[in-house]
Design a protein around this ligand. Structure first.
Ligand code: KIV
Ligand code: ZN
Length: 516
């Protein structure tokens, strides 16, 4: 079938480039959950991970490949046999598998990192594509650090990998060095210079070190690129990658200018962003384009006046178009199981009997202390009760005494593996005492880097959403918790961070990835 030249492929790398950045590590269950939502969102390609990196990565990629049927599933591999074989083993069960192989093309990387000549690297790039091609026709190649490479050598490499069978060639701005005009002209140069380009899809993969990832990707699209590699909320190495929601909404909102389409269901954008936040505990900044809390909030009187008269005065896209509905009351004390089930279906969640019973019980508990329950509350319940995998540490009960005359004291019972342990902690306030109790029970003492509380929805009875960041081995983990009682929410966040830390320790087995 002939490719639609006006279609921009959306290649989501949240589970690979995104996941490898600090604080964003996910366990297999969480990766699956996000992959399912990415498919619902309509991304063309899900880069599920780097299978050679660890057993955990391999297993997650394999499970995603087996389950996802509509989106293509890509596995990353350096340009060598071991990586490519491993990537293929992980993705071969996919309905539409893709091998994404890469090697650096800049002299800086060749000299200092690979310690190889241009000729040798060119040969390895073509050989890697040929090997990948023996497994699947769907092969993508990336010349890493392309934007700091000699243009003629880059063109030679692009041409060589196309000859070897690459159907997509991705041009990465690995260190976020390019600026839009320059990057657009690099893409135009490649179209002009590479004579065997044919039907090859030129892709771009921009990092945001100078805050230009989205602008660079758009400039590349104008020059003919038809695949954009991006991540939800822009997560990724250092300053992150091109934000999916921004690139997609730029193309949709300025269709008059670009004349291009994606197959993204934009009304799933906000939900996907929220899911990632729930999983990683990393919130988006309030003024973040498209998905930030203030992205559609108009404060200035002049703007509000205009909006009341006619929305188009100050609104270039609607919150509904990205799936942000006015937070409406969805359920309350008297909502039955059927109403809960029906509402969850409307939100896109289909639960089995047991899951529905558990969620319904939690909704009832919450409704006892909170009058109105919103979509955001439901999402917090769903994530905490259903989607979190089996964990080492669990809260059983917490009792806190505090005030201006008592020494704040927390008494707590927790499940630690198969054991139930009870202990107490003292502190200068109820949160401090709670954290001390957790440390005593778990016999851990990781430095606390950050603690924050937010209200999920408005009102004094809103659920508190808390975030705890713990330091571990020069790294950090973030945990989150939600509960109408902020002290309980804080305990949950601390415990969640400890559980994530356990996962990180398991993952420490990850091989040190050196470019060979
Ligand atoms: O930034 C980069 O160059 C990458 C490649 C592996 C595509 O992530
Ligand atoms: Zn990258």
């Amino acid at each position: 079938m002939k490719r639609d030249k006006n279609h921009v492929y959306i290649f989501d790398t949240s589970l690979r480039d995104g996941e490898q950045s600090p604080g964003n590590s996910m366990n297999t269950e969480e990766k699956l959950l996000l992959a399912r939502q990415l498919e619902k969102l309509g991304v063309d390609i899900i880069e599920a991970g780097f299978p050679i990196a660890s057993e955990g990565d391999f297993d997650a990629v394999r499970q995603i490949a087996r389950e996802i049927r509509k989106s293509q599933v890509a596995g990353l591999a350096r340009a060598n046999k071991q990586d490519i074989d491993r990537a293929w083993q992980a993705i071969k069960g996919a309905a539409h598998p893709r091998i994404h192989t890469f090697i650096s093309s800049s002299d800086i990387h060749l000299k200092y990192q690979l310690k190889k000549s241009r000729v040798q690297v060119l040969r390895e790039a073509a050989a890697a594509v040929k090997l990948a091609k023996s497994y699947t026709p769907n092969v993508e190649f990336s010349p890493m650090d392309a934007t700091r490479s000699d243009r003629n050598y880059l063109a030679e490499m692009v041409s060589a990998v196309i000859d070897a069978g690459a159907v997509t060639v991705n041009i990465p701005d690995t260190v976020g060095y390019a600026v839009p005009d320059e990057f657009g002209s690099l893409i135009a140069f490649l179209f002009d210079r590479v004579k065997n380009m044919g039907d090859t899809v030129i892709s771009v993969h921009c990092h945001n070190d100078l805050g230009l990832a989205v602008a660079n990707s758009l400039a590349a699209i104008r020059a003919g690129a038809r695949q954009v590699e991006c991540t939800i909320n822009g997560i990724g190495e250092r300053a992150g990658n091109t934000a999916m929601e921004e690139i997609v909404m730029a193309l949709a909102t300025r269709r008059d200018l670009f004349g291009l389409t994606t197959q993204i269901k934009t009304d799933q954008i906000y939900k996907t962003s929220r899911l990632l936040t729930q999983i990683t505990g990393i919130p988006v900044q309030p003024n973040k384009a498209i998905v930030g809390a203030n992205a559609f909030a108009h404060e200035s009187g002049i703007h509000q006046d205009g909006l009341i008269k006619e929305k188009i005065t100050y609104e270039i896209m609607t919150p509904q178009s990205v799936g942000i509905s006015d937070s409406h009351i969805v359920l309350g004390k008297h909502s039955g199981r059927a109403a809960i089930s029906q509402h969850l279906k409307k939100m896109g969640y289909i639960l089995n009997e047991d899951q529905l019973n558990r969620v319904a019980a939690k909704v009832k508990d919450l409704a006892d202390v909170k009058k109105d329950i919103y979509d955001e509350d439901m999402e917090a319940i769903l994530y905490e009760e259903i989607y979190r995998g089996e964990e080492k540490y669990n809260l059983i009960y917490l009792n806190v005494v505090s005030g201006n005359v008592a020494i704040p004291t927390a008494t707590m019972e927790m499940q630690v593996g198969k054991e139930v342990i009870r202990d107490a902690g003292f502190g200068n306030g109820p949160v401090d005492a709670t954290f001390a109790a957790i440390r005593n029970i778990t016999k851990t003492n990781y430095p606390l880097l950050k603690y924050a509380v937010n209200a999920i929805t408005g009102g004094a009875d809103a659920q508190g959403e808390t975030m705890v960041q713990l330091k571990y081995n020069g790294n950090s983990v973030i945990g989150r918790g939600a509960h109408p009682d902020v002290i309980v929410a804080s305990a949950k966040a601390y415990i969640n961070a400890l559980n994530r830390l356990e996962f990180l320790k398991d993952n420490a087995k990850k091989v040190k990835l050196e470019l060979s």
